[in-house]
Design a binder for this molecule. Sequence first.
Ligand code: NAP
Length: 324
Amino acid sequence: MRSTLVSQFGDPRQVIALVDAERLPPGPGEVEIALCLAAINPSDLIPVTGAYSARTSLPFVPGFEGVGTVSRVGAGVTTLKPGDRVIPIGASGLWQQYLLRPADWCFLVPDDIDDRQAAVSYVNPLTALRLIEALRAHFGSLAGRRIGVTAAGSAIGGMLMKLISGEGAEPVGIVRSERSAVRLAAETAGEIVVADEGNIPSPLDFDAILDAVGGPFAGDLIGQTLQPGAAFIQYGALSGVPVPIPAIQARADVRFSFLWLRTWVHAAGRPSIEAAFAASFAGLRSGLFSSRIAQTYPLSRLDEALAHQADPKRDGKLLLDTRC
Ligand SMILES: NC(=O)c1ccc[n+]([C@@H]2O[C@H](COP(=O)([O-])OP(=O)(O)OC[C@H]3O[C@@H](n4cnc5c(N)ncnc54)[C@H](OP(=O)(O)O)[C@@H]3O)[C@@H](O)[C@H]2O)c1
């Protein structure tokens, strides 16, 4: 079967190989899924670079998000049958034609959610919901709070802007270019500012920041924009650089935390994850969690897809069609 493999850490465009892999039968408790679409997310590529080498074993098949149809079931599986459309989660491995996964880690997709929506219904919607929960845990009610969202032009950034508005709070989308600001303004309500390292417009003040950029830019925001008692939640590092420790140490009056979906998923238990998927599917129906899809590539043209993913002018999510 068509598959991909990372055998050494490095630049994703250099080290993710297209390979022909053996198709194995499902073991007890497992199902085989004939995958159809998988997303390309920043969080798929970061482990490939070796950024999390302490908790990433080589070799591995990348891809954390996608959708497919159960093709075979192993002994003892009673909850799924061939033909069921599912989202398999809990480990990487979706950038290939067939995937073996414990039935307990597969979640049924309602019939009215199409494959393209289902393929992006997991990582960003569930993380956005967790981030709002984390803000609620800090503030109680979010009503009236000013909340900054960095990299607001990203797929999850747009979701966060809408969710924050829905809580009665004031979202402020922070983007790095006028081009992103124009695109975001067409899609979401709320204030939008263009800012980058060494260039924070003033006055800018926040009760909380949800940060996916990190690096010196996050340090500037922490030093210059957070109110006493504010929350700073980091959930990404698109700059490739951590938040500077001195910036954190200088703000004893701010609550700092990290949020990783993966940590929650492995602790939450199936009923909580099912409830989160139900919220995601509802958000897909209403448009709250819709993601712009820029292009779908056959898996066999992975090199083109990865080149497009690295293009700063990319205008939406890329999907891989794992069937061809
Ligand atoms: N912690 C978790 O569990 C978790 C879960 C989901 C996502 N995330 C993180 O959330 C972030 C966004 O993910 P996504 O899937 O929404 O990404 P995406 O849709 O691929 O969007 C990435 C966008 O972010 C903006 N961007 C990239 N680098 C930037 C930088 N250095 N400074 C400012 N903006 C930058 C760019 O938008 P413009 O072209 O508009 O500037 C880029 O198009 C990633 O860091 C990802 O790892 C984390």
